[in-house]
Design a protein around this ligand. Structure first.
Ligand SMILES: Cc1cc2nc3c(=O)[nH]c(=O)nc-3n(C[C@H](O)[C@H](O)[C@H](O)COP(=O)(O)O)c2cc1C
Length: 364
């Protein structure tokens, strides 16, 4: 064995396969080093059986950047892991690499890597490395997906960068990168906090199935957050709950290309959650319930506003899910979103089965 690590446990969260691809490269390298390696999606993790405490054990975490920070599902996962004093950790967020002609532009991971690393440091793990990798942007609600050649060109650049990083890690060195993105991420903390507290809930309520949907339920069965419920009968249609992480798996792997994100609904959400509407409602609530007006406390009014925003989005989405069962309304919303014209994306060599909740690779 050419490494100080006898055992590498790799956990990944991946919507469209980018983070899975990076995780599988780590798995390959760990085996080449002569150690044991295990690759598991976080939704199938059994940490007490999988993480070996000790100085000869390495834990790798790979996940997408969302809102310039760590996705909520990954934060939750890290918080529930056991404290392991001597175990080493490497943290690798993937981010939105972009290619325009011959020009490659990096994504911005912000606090994604170091926030997770901080949680592990507080639990007593030894942080060995942090590095973001540019993989093709998968945010198809926002822009068309990359063509396969462009995606492959971006992916090919990530591999040597990862190899160099892993070379250092398996040789027992530390490799902490991304200090400038971290500083930018700290400046963008209000955006990241807004994303985690409200943005992600709004984004997940933009998804809907068009008339092309045949109710096969593939999206619900393969959602890593278990956030999709099939509702109705003729045919059943997917309904996105607040547990959705906007990972884009459903939209990008749907065989009928029947899942869109409604830009029109985004405008409606912006209107109903705008300050004047909520202030009117909150003023009315405090005029009806005297103890609230007496409190005159900014935290209370912030909380009320927060509850108002989430409730109004949930109610509007519920109504919307009923309306789009009417075929002509569904057609109208399908044509009123740009995603109808956007190419879908997933990591070109990744099949949906590889991302599934079952354990992927066992120790070798
Ligand atoms: C909702 C959402 C938010 C995103 N936010 C960011 C971001 O803040 N910075 C960034 O560089 N990439 C961002 N991305 C791009 C993904 O992090 C990137 O494409 C990642 O490699 C996807 O990995 P996956 O295929 O494993 O899910 C975002 C993607 C989505 C869907």
């Amino acid at each position: 064995m050419n490494t100080i690590f006898k055992h590498t446990q790799i956990y990944f969260l991946s919507g469209t396969g980018n983070s899975f691809r990076v995780a599988s490269w780590i798995h390959e390298t760990a085996l080449q080093q002569g150690g044991l390696a295990n690759l598991t999606p976080i939704e199938a993790a059994r940490p007490s059986e999988e993480i070996y405490p000790g100085a000869d054990s390495l834990l790798a975490l790979v996940f997408p950047t969302h809102g310039f920070t760590t996705p909520w599902a990954m934060l939750k996962f890290a918080l529930r892991l056991p404290a392991c004093k001597a175990t080493s950790v490497i943290v690798l967020p993937t981010r939105a690499g972009v290619k325009f002609g011959r020009v490659f532009l990096p994504g911005l991971e912000g606090t994604a890597g170091y926030l997770l690393a901080a949680i592990f440091a507080l639990k007593g793990y030894r942080i060995r490395g942090v590095m973001a990798l540019d993989m093709p942007s998968n945010w198809i609600a926002l822009h068309p997906g990359f063509s396969i050649p462009s995606a492959q060109a971006i992916i090919q650049r990530a591999r040597p960068k990862l190899n160099l990083f892993l070379h250092n890690i398996y040789a027992g060195k530390n490799d902490l990168r991304g200090i400038i993105p971290l500083l930018l991420g700290l400046a963008l903390l209000p955006v990241s906090a807004g994303y985690l507290l409200i943005g992600r809930f709004g984004l997940c309520k933009l998804f809907f199935a068009t008339n092309r949907c045949d109710g096969c339920g593939l999206c619900a069965r393969n959602c890593p957050a278990n956030a999709i419920v099939m509702k109705g009968k003729h045919p059943p249609r997917p309904y996105w709950t607040f547990s959705c992480e906007s990972c884009m798996r459903c939209m990008n792997f749907c065989p009928k290309q029947a899942i869109e994100a409604s830009h029109l609904l985004a405008v409606v959400f912006l209107m109903i959650t705008n300050v004047s509407a909520s202030v009117l409602l909150l003023n009315w609530i405090s005029s009806q319930i005297s103890w609230i007006s007496r409190l005159n406390n900014s935290i209370v009014s912030w909380l009320l506003q927060y509850v108002y925003i989430l409730t109004s989005m949930a109610v509007v989405y519920w109504l919307f899910s009923k309306l789009i069962c009417v075929p002509w309304i569904n057609t109208f919303f399908s044509y009123a979103t740009l995603t109808r014209f956007y190419r879908r994306y997933h990591e070109p060599d990744t099949k949906l089965e590889q991302l599934k909740k079952n354990k992927l690779h066992h120790d070798r």
